[in-house]
Design a protein around this ligand. Structure first.
Ligand code: ADQ
Length: 470
């Protein structure tokens, strides 16, 4: 079995893979440890051109090499802040209204992909399989192919793939899909995302799609599949339990003075539906006076991409809404919304989830949403909280024990909160068992292993073959 090469925009540090990072880093690192290999990507640093060109920096941890490069200011602005996060992210989350398109940024995006691919080529061996992650790196395989790389290359998209009518808003949409067709295997979070890609291929690229998900387009053949990313539920459950009597949990409990707790945790992003969530909670207090003073919403949302204008705007909007709602319903000893702009250690979050009666996860569009899965896994099976989940999270297709909501329906969300707050123990337990069974059946290991198994089964291309496998 050849080595595994993982390429992602950001690379976790060796220390992060041992606990503090999210499940994904731990899962990917597990596969790297088993097969041996390289994790390659951006270090997160903005550096001078000389330092960038001197990379990659190599750090060895057992059989795994962490290989990272810095980006120059121009590359960061065009590739990361520009085309990736001000064009692709909003459009792929159905927010054309927040997207901009600049030719120079797109050129920078392709240039950085080509530059990164060129850096990686030197680290490759003939039997390696290469797994590229996410929207920052769509042209990566094309760039590797143009350097003569014939290894198997797979791509997993962590975010939604938009319906063709939405994708058409990005002027170089055809080039992007053509770049995707250079992979041997494309993995999507949900069947809806896969279908959207197939729709583009058949309607706009004169391609064909077979019943098994194989695609022929732009003179290339590739496979597509649905791989639902998961968590390791029993590890999370154990972690949440182990830390349930730590000081931060006791302090929270004490400060609640017996009030019910609704927990929400997200990156501060407009796709996560935070403003709509605050308004639904406000409606609960407005329509059901008995809950005033008796339920608290804790929203943890650390800022991300804060140098992108649309992220500054969502932050302002949310601060305004939290202030307005708290002004309206606070008492001398009661604040309805506790809004925290902080990053928390993973184990702290899991133990806070366990203390709460509701996990309120309401994105407007999301790939999978791992917070929803973590919330379920962290619950105490003897007294579990209820997950109130948006139908637009990929996780909604699996977690049939959740109370599903449409985040655009404020009254519907408010009613769902009421229902969850009053749900009897036996109903909560039944729902929790259903959700836990789904998490165990499709955990992070299943996601990783099934993607890699499918990628390994793709026929090897002969040298000189340009695009997807023949
Ligand atoms: P994200 O948009 O980042 O991921 P999500 O799936 O919820 O969203 O993952 C967030 C991770 O960060 C979780 O593990 C969570 O615990 C952690 N996290 C969030 N807020 C935190 C905080 N305040 N402190 C510490 N940790 C925090 C993208 C896609 C998703 C897809 C994932 C994985 O947008 O749809 O599920 O990739 O494929």
């Amino acid at each position: 079995m050849g080595r595994l090469i993982v390429v992602s925009n950001r690379v976790a540090t060796p220390t992060e893979t041992k606990g503090s990072a999210g499940g994904l880093a731990v899962g990917v690192f597990g596969a790297l440890k088993d097969a041996g290999g390289v994790w390659f990507g951006w270090s997160g640093d903005v550096v001078s051109e000389t330092v960038a060109n001197a990379g990659p920096m190599l750090e060895q941890d057992g059989a795994v090499t962490f290989a990272t490069v810095g980006l120059t200011r121009k590359d960061y602005d065009q590739y990361y802040r520009g085309f990736s996060n001000a064009t692709l992210w909003p459009v792929f989350h159905y927010r054309n209204d927040l997207a901009r398109y600049e030719r120079e940024e797109y050129a920078g995006y392709r240039r950085v992909n080509a530059w990164l691919a060129h850096k990686l080529v030197k680290l490759l061996e003939p039997d390696d399989i290469i797994w590229i992650h996410d929207y920052h790196l769509i042209p990566f395989a094309e760039a590797l192919r143009s350097e003569g790389v014939t290894n198997r290359i797979g791509f997993f998209l962590h975010i939604p793939f938009p319906a063709p009518q939405i994708l058409l808003n990005i002027p170089p949409h055809e080039e992007l899909v053509k770049s995707l067709s250079c992979y041997d295997l494309l993995g999507f979070q949900t069947a809806t995302d896969q279908q959207a890609f197939h729709d583009y291929v058949t309607r706009h690229a004169r391609g064909t799609v077979s019943a098994d998900g194989s695609v022929e387009a732009f003179g290339r053949k590739l496979r597509t599949g649905v791989y639902r990313i998961g968590v390791f539920p029993d590890e999370i459950a154990e972690q949440a339990k182990r830390y349930e009597s730590r000081q931060h949990v006791l302090e929270l409990k004490q400060s609640l003075e017996g009030r019910k707790l609704i927990m929400s945790v997200d990156r501060l992003d407009y796709s996560k539906g935070l403003v709509e969530r605050f308004r639904a909670f406000e409606l609960l207090l407005e329509r059901s006076p008995e809950w005033r003073g008796n339920v608290t919403l804790v929203q943890i949302a650390p800022p991300t991409r804060s140098d992108v204008a649309t992220y500054q705007k969502i932050r302002q909007d949310l601060e305004y809404e939290a202030g307005r709602i708290n002004g309206r319903y606070s008492g001398l000893d009661y604040t309805p919304i506790r809004y925290l702009n902080q990053q928390y250690d993973r184990w702290k979050l899991m133990s806070l989830f366990r203390e709460s009666q509701i996990g309120f996860v309401t994105p407007l569009h999301d790939g999978m949403n791992l917070v929803a899965k973590e919330y379920v896994a962290a619950q105490n099976p003897d007294d579990p909280g209820v997950l109130v989940l948006s139908i637009f999270a990929g996780a909604a297709a699996e977690l049939s024990g959740a109370v599903l909501v449409n985040p655009h329906d404020a009254i519907g969300m408010c009613e769902a909160l009421q229902r969850a707050l009053q749900m009897p123990l036996d109903a909560r337990q039944r729902r929790h068992e259903i959700n836990m069974a789904a998490l165990r059946e499709n955990d992070l290991g299943v996601w990783r292993d099934s993607f890699l198994r499918d990628l390994r089964s793709v026929p090897v291309r002969r040298s000189g073959e340009g695009g997807g496998h023949q």
